[in-house]
Design a protein around this ligand. Structure first.
Ligand code: MN
Length: 286
């Protein structure tokens, strides 16, 4: 049995504000060579834990559009509130996931919840952009909000595996996907080892959320995404108690990617059309 290796460490020490609520590191984004390691996952923004003072005005990012892909938001600490023009929306609490399929286009806003804003405290989240196959880019928008308690867990002793999408050891996650994708969160309650067989047809990334993990005698910490090789068949990751990671696994979508800000399509012409449609309010209103 050959061992799966880390082929690329995805990290970015430069941070930037998204609106005034999300101070993020963009670990990878479309239109760069990193996409070879992350396809079908277009972008990942990591907002590490940060303390926010109480305020009567919600922090976040106002109305903006998306077309051609999905935004998946994982609330880690604090509460995220969202509304979109397809009627989707709600508050997600720690451990909750908001899966927004923008597809043909929505406008939405993303804020700290009103309750959290008033109380203040630690806030942390991850947002992942998932590409859609060309044939689904102009399909109907959809919204899935799933709270922490609704995800099934597979208990493996030193750690639990929370199944978000796809499946793990025959346990299915509640979030539906538009191409083959498995997403789960591994939380270590004590020091231990998590083993996973990476499919050679899937991209697999281990994103470290908390704590410290070890792969092939190398230590890794939070805010790092580890792209794993497809030629090995066994992935072993040792975590110290309290460590948490997200495993993102997806079948690459081998189609051209054309991206411009919040739009990810297959051609430049489709991007021009997206800008026109947004300016003409054809992605809806809030
Ligand atoms: Mn957005």
């Amino acid at each position: 049995m050959s061992e799966t290796k880390v082929v690329k460490v995805l990290k970015n020490s430069r941070k930037h504000w998204v609106g005034d609520g999300f101070y993020v590191s963009t670990l990878w984004s479309p239109g760069t060579s990193l996409y070879d390691y992350t396809n079908p996952f277009l972008l990942l923004d990591f907002a590490a834990p940060m303390n926010f003072t109480p305020t009567s005005k919600r922090r976040g990012v106002g109305v903006h559009p998306h077309r051609g892909f999905e935004t998946v938001t994982f609330a880690m600490k604090g509460e995220v509130e969202h509304r979109d023009s397809s009627g989707g929306g709600g508050v997600i609490y720690p451990g909750g996931v908001q899966w927004m399929t923008a597809a043909s286009g929505v406008v939405h806003d993303e804020f700290h919840s009103e309750d959290f804003s008033k109380k203040g405290g630690e806030f942390s989240m991850v947002q992942l952009w998932v590409n859609l196959p060309a044939e689904l880019k102009m399909s109907e928008p959809k919204y899935q909000g799933v709270e922490d308690s609704s995800f099934p867990r597979v208990n493996e002793g030193s750690h639990k595996v929370k199944v978000i999408a796809g499946e793990y050891e025959s346990t299915e996650g509640p979030c539906s996907t538009h191409s083959p994708i498995n997403i789960f969160e591994v939380s270590f309650s004590e020091n231990g080892t998590f083993q996973y067989i990476c499919s050679d047809s899937m991209t697999t990334i281990a994103l470290i959320i908390d704590g410290e993990v070890n792969i092939s005698n190398q230590n890794y910490g939070p805010e790092q995404g580890l792209a794993l090789s497809k030629d090995g068949d066994r992935f072993e990751i040792t975590g110290v108690a309290g460590s948490k990671l997200l495993i993102l696994s997806g079948e690459p979508i081998d189609e051209p990617v054309a991206s411009y800000g919040p739009f990810v399509m297959n051609t430049k012409e489709e991007l021009v059309q997206a800008v026109e449609d947004f300016n003409a309010s054809r992605m809806g209103n809030l």
